[in-house]
Design a protein around this ligand. Structure first.
Ligand code: TXA
Ligand code: MG
Length: 342
């Protein structure tokens, strides 16, 4: 299959890409579309064959449910079985945006989307192209991140092309994703709102809307292995969002301290890529040293891009400097921890 890449940086191009994307979605194809978090692999949520194509294209386990994207009140009402008052509060505060709400599902949401769960994960995305595509299609759009299962989520059209070239007919190039990591997933099915996947809308912001909101207790390692249960969050997958190269997350004091840590990990300096934000070593001797700004929003925006670039060097090791353990860094820290799990 030939994969076409269409830009949208003026209104003529936007309209052309929109027509093409919606025509393909109507025919049951999957296409990669930009969102503000990461690129999505989109399909008509009400077409079960198209949903199956998402799983096949990504090589995604059938136990991992999909997010359904909506762009109107009507679509929202059609997708949920219940819309509690607290859902309304979260939606008013953070939609359109990088927050996914898990709610009881309506009958039109099939088991193919939810991996057999009674709930559906819903997001009203902020990206103008994604919104336009959903509205023009007139139906909700299921979209996981547009990467192969367990690999890095794409934050540019080029990242999508690297993983899915020849597997999908169209990538819409909306430039670099503004948020840079996947949405916060908040479960509203239980007594207490529970964060299943941290993201850039962090716990303190959610607690400002509903003080009862809490983080999911992390699962123990022995609970994570070999589960055939539907996955309520990527928490069931320790290794996730990972580059191809071995990756480690740690801190260091001086350049010589860093060098001895590289040696202790059995890697050569010239085959090691460093990603840092605070203690910046001299680039001499390393395969690459990347500096990401010490600010959670800017860091999240740059992270996957830097990991893609580092991976391209085919290093023995990608060494990432630890990030602060504060709520605004939790989304970033979660992705780094998963990516660096052996
Ligand atoms: O930012 C994002 O959320 C991106 C863009 C494309 O919207 N999408 C994304 O999709 O990251 P994906 O498939 O890579 O992650 C979906 C997450 C998974 O962790 C899945 O377990 C969880 O949402 N999820 C989906 N349905 C669920 C449900 N009914 N209950 C609990 N978790 C659910
Ligand atoms: Mg994903």
């Amino acid at each position: 299959m030939n994969t076409e890449v269409l830009s949208i940086h003026n209104s003529t191009l936007f309209e052309h890409a929109l027509e093409k994307a919606v025509a393909l979605l109507n025919l049951g194809h999957v296409v990669a579309l930009p969102t503000e978090t990461v690129y999505g692999l989109a399909a008509d949520a009400l077409n079960p064959t198209a949903i199956q194509t998402i799983y096949d294209t990504k090589r995604r386990p059938a136990t991992n449910p999909l997010i359904v994207h909506i762009a109107s009140r009507q679509m929202l009402n059609d997708c949920v079985g219940d819309w509690p008052e607290r859902a309304e509060k979260f939606a008013r505060s953070f939609w359109p945006g990088p927050l996914t709400l898990v709610l009881p599902k309506a009958a039109c949401i099939t088991n193919g989307i939810t991996a057999g769960l009674d709930s559906v994960a819903l997001r009203w995305p902020g990206h103008p192209f994604m919104q336009a595509a959903i509205r023009r299609l007139g139906r909700p759009v299921a979209a996981p991140s547009a990467n192969l299962a367990n690999q890095l989520s794409p934050t540019s059209a080029e990242h999508v092309l690297t993983q899915l070239n020849g597997r999908i007919p169209l990538i819409v190039d909306g430039g670099a994703s503004n948020v840079g990591i996947e949405s916060t997933v908040l479960d509203l099915c239980g007594k207490t709102p529970t964060v299943l996947r941290p993201g850039m809308i962090h716990l303190e912001s959610l607690q400002a809307v509903d003080p009862e909101t809490k983080n999911q207790v992390p699962l123990k390692e022995n609970e994570l292995k070999g589960s055939q249960e539907p996955q309520l969050s990527p928490g069931l997958h320790r290794k996730h969002y990972a580059p191809q190269a071995r990756m480690k997350l740690l801190s260091w004091e001086t350049s010589s301290n860093l060098e001895s840590k590289v040696a202790a990990l059995g890697a050569k300096l010239e085959k090691t890529c460093i990603i840092c934000h605070d203690r910046i070593p001299s680039p001499d001797g390393f395969a690459r040293v990347s500096v990401i700004p010490h600010d959670p929003e800017a860091y999240a925006r740059a992270l996957y891009g830097e990991l893609f670039i580092a991976d391209r060097e085919e290093p023995d090791l990608i060494l990432v400097e630890s990030v602060p353990n504060t709520p605004s860094w939790h989304g970033v820290q979660d992705r780094l921890t998963r990516a660096s799990t052996d």
